[in-house]
Design a protein around this ligand. Structure first.
Ligand code: MGP
Ligand code: SAH
Length: 570
């Protein structure tokens, strides 16, 4: 483990499993309604180990699954350079009044601030046109003036001006200024005035020259900035991808896709205006090394029959629901019996051979239905999530999609009071029975209902609403085939719609932990942070050597660095 990163977190010392911030980002967006938004977040990874539980599960030798690269097409994005147009032939008419072109120049002071040389390595990221103009105005105006009207100066004054210009040249000129004198946009732009306007004075020509050069520079600065931000966006996206996330940003969200000066641009997704980030590449190296590389890329071979086999989650007649588990008639739910039951169902038997990592006390009476097997959070991951959530004065947690109780049990074991909701009576029954096995059933309230209905009831009558400190969300991901697409779409992949789920949860608490596929689009997760107006953290759960899932923390659950690092930011 990188020892430098161990000291970064504000309260990372007392966690059962180590987790580390790998990078942070800040993104300015222009939203579809034209308003601006800013999102700040962290990328982190938890290193969770459960080798013993996996070994005890006596996993069968599995067929290797074909590797599938979790690469998105952002690499191929092409950048349309803006090439300034040629201004045409410059006039070459000699002017009278030799040296007037020199005389009109404002005399420079020795104030070094104006043309200050920056010692920073690499590119300098100017924050505004004013900042760039402050650094470059003397040089760009006077060097171009010398170029155009040097013939009207004495040799001595030409030399002196050239020397001053060289001194005042910014260390990091924008691209269009790198070969300033070869750029036609900066040549002879006022010379024609001497031809067209009679009696024009050098003062007037110089004033016009200053004006036009500034306008041209401002225009070029914005073209340059757009290109620079786009370059940084692509770099950030590639770094995020190399850490094993699915970025999800589309080319149409990059600044170069639009003319940002166009006030009437119509966008259908938030447009990135500016990015700042610092991403530790050493985690990417660990990630692409042997096991990690294989781990990100897996294709689920599962057939679509799995989806059709998922039981209906809506009970037809509530009166027929029995919440008590009957071991006689419901033997099919007993997890330790599952080997035979799912012998011809490879999609589930795979989980049977990892059974103790799902529940270490599986043989003590754990019960699960088919969906429970593939959707329960592995115990060590659930332990870690509870470790992250149940602190910062969090004592009441809503588990909105309880399933068979993998997470609810761990929240309760960490000392929280849990409100456990699931609309499926069979799975909620499993959760309650499983909570008994772990001795925490008394710390959990079980509600068999649609989460949307519960949230609406609480919103409609505040007296009915409990005081909730945090909401945990682990909705269905549309069956085990969720990894089939490179990037998981929160809106269409989750069932119900993952964006609606978040919106409803926000009405209950801003402190949300969202358990999602590892290939969920980061772009959508940032959109949720905009809505929540909170910072965010996307934590990868690395189980032994494989990144299994992600948990996205919002509100006070998200990591906050005590003393932000400033150096090395992009
Ligand atoms: P997985 O499909 O077993 O991925 O899910 P894995 O292990 O990478 O599979 P492989 O075939 O690539 O080796 C990993 C974990 O995600 C499961 O153990 C569950 O905890 C969780 N999970 C999977 N699904 C399909 C769901 C789901 O629909 N909802 C929720 N909440 N969790 C799920
Ligand atoms: N974290 C759980 C797994 C959750 S699986 C565990 O560790 O066991 C997702 C669960 O969401 C399923 O049990 C499903 O019945 C439930 N669900 C789906 N839609 C729901 C809704 N609208 N309201 C409440 N529960 C829902």
């Amino acid at each position: 483990m990188d020892s430098s990163s161990e000291s970064v977190g504000d309260d990372q010392g007392d966690y059962q499993y180590p987790w580390f911030p790998m990078g942070h980002f800040g993104i300015n967006f222009i939203q579809t309604d034209g308003s601006k938004a800013y999102v700040e977040g962290e990328l982190s990874r938890a290193y969770i180990k459960d080798y013993e539980l996996l070994k005890a599960s006596k996993r069968k030798k599995e067929e290797k699954q074909p590797a599938e690269q979790l690469q998105v097409d952002m690499d191929e994005m092409s950048l349309q350079d803006s090439v300034p147009e040629d201004n045409g032939e410059a006039t070459d008419k000699l002017l009278e009044d030799k040296d007037m072109a020199y005389e009109v120049l404002p005399k420079w002071s020795s104030d070094k601030k104006k043309g200050k040389k920056r010692k920073a390595k690499g590119r300098y990221n100017y924050h505004s046109f004013e900042e760039y103009w402050d650094v470059s105005s003397f040089w760009v105006i006077q060097r171009t003036w010398l170029n155009d009207f040097g013939g009207q100066m004495t040799e001595e004054n030409q030399k002196e001006l050239l020397k001053k210009c060289d001194e005042m040249k910014p260390i990091y000129p924008i691209e269009q200024h790198e070969n300033l004198l070869e750029n036609p946009d900066y040549q002879n732009i006022t010379k024609s005035l001497t031809e067209t306007k009679e009696g024009v004075t050098f003062e007037e020509i110089y004033a016009e020259h200053c004006d036009l050069i500034k306008k041209q520079t401002e225009n070029d600065y914005h073209i340059y900035q757009t290109k620079e931000v786009t370059r940084r966006c692509k770099d950030m996206i590639n770094r995020v991808k190399r850490l094993g996330y699915a970025p999800g940003f589309e080319e149409s969200q990059l600044p170069s896709f639009y003319d940002l000066n166009d006030k009437d641009i119509k966008i259908d997704k938030p447009l990135i205006k500016e990015v700042r980030y610092q991403i530790d590449e050493s985690y990417a190296k660990k990630f692409v090394g042997d096991k990690f590389e294989e781990s990100t890329a897996s294709t689920s071979e599962s057939s679509s029959s799995a989806e059709s086999q998922i039981e209906s989650t809506v009970p037809l007649n509530p009166k027929e629901i029995r919440f008590n588990f009957d071991p006689e008639t419901e033997q099919h739910l007993i997890a330790s019996n599952a080997e035979k039951l799912y012998a011809n169902d490879p999609e589930i038997s795979k989980y049977y051979y990892q059974r103790y990592r799902l529940f270490s006390r599986l043989d003590e009476g754990i019960i699960m239905d088919r969906e429970g097997w593939f959707s329960v959070t592995p115990e060590a991951i659930a332990e870690h999530i509870a470790d992250r959530v149940v602190r910062h004065n969090v004592s009441v947690v809503v588990d909105a999609f309880t399933g068979v109780g993998g997470n609810a049990i761990q929240f309760a074991l960490r000392g929280a009071h849990v409100i456990a909701i699931d609309m499926d009576p069979v799975r909620l029954k499993c959760a309650r029975e499983n909570a008994r096995v772990y001795g925490v059933a008394d710390y959990i309230d079980f509600i068999c209902a649609d989460f949307f209905d519960v949230a609406a009831t609480w919103a409609a009558d505040k007296k009915l609403a409990p005081k909730v400190d945090a909401v945990f969300l682990s909705p269905p991901w549309g069956g085990p085939s969720y990894l089939k697409s490179k990037e998981f779409d929160l809106a269409t992949g989750c069932c119900p719609n993952g964006i609606d789920i978040f919106d409803v949860s926000l009405k209950i608490s801003p402190n949300i932990a969202y358990f999602l596929p590892r290939n969920t689009k980061v772009s959508q997760l940032t959109e949720l942070a905009i809505k929540a107006k909170t910072r965010m953290e996307i934590e990868q759960s690395s189980l032994n050597t494989k990144i299994k899932t992600i948990t996205v923390y919002y509100g006070k659950l998200a990591y906050r660095e005590k003393s932000p690092k400033s150096s090395g930011d992009n």
